[in-house]
Write a protein that binds this ligand. Structure first.
Ligand SMILES: [Zn+2]
Length: 141
């Protein structure tokens, strides 16, 4: 991402989304902000459920909000938590969810908003299964 102001705006949006997390079981708040190629910011927080397997992560909340509003191409994802001593990266499910939409910048940001780990959606999931794999030559043998 070239534009620092845009990144700061995304970090603020992710931190704000984190305050909306519904996480009574883990007490692990996560906020995400996704910049679409349409220029809009789609935010998400984790939403837990008493039936634990139904919990959805902040990142997937943001992706589904974006797609449901017509945006399927992304420039940048920012993820933030309350953890101060390390960078928290998206879980495996969210990594797979991300590469579905191609390669884009991913920033994992500490609560102080200044410490950042920069990577990309494809770097987070090397050797990933992507929609292109569905088009690969196949045999029935
Ligand atoms: Zn996740």
């Amino acid at each position: 991402m070239e534009n620092n102001k845009e990144l700061e705006q995304l970090i603020d949006a992710a931190c704000d989304a984190k305050t909306k997390a519904y996480c009574p079981y883990s007490n692990f708040r996560v906020g995400a902000a996704l910049l679409g190629e349409d220029g809009k910011i789609y935010t998400g927080c984790n939403v837990e459920n008493g039936s634990y397997g139904l919990t959805i992560c902040a990142e997937r909340t943001a992706y589904t909000k974006a797609v449901s509003e017509g945006c399927k191409k992304f420039k940048t994802l920012v993820v933030t938590t309350d953890v101060t001593d390390r960078f928290i990266t998206p879980c495996g499910a969210c990594r797979q969810f991300g590469v579905e939409f191609g390669n884009f910048d991913v920033y994992c940001v500490k609560p102080n908003k200044t410490d950042k780990f920069q990577t990309t959606s494809l770097n987070l999931l090397p050797g990933s299964f992507t929609p292109n794999d569905l088009e690969a030559p196949k045999t029935n043998q």
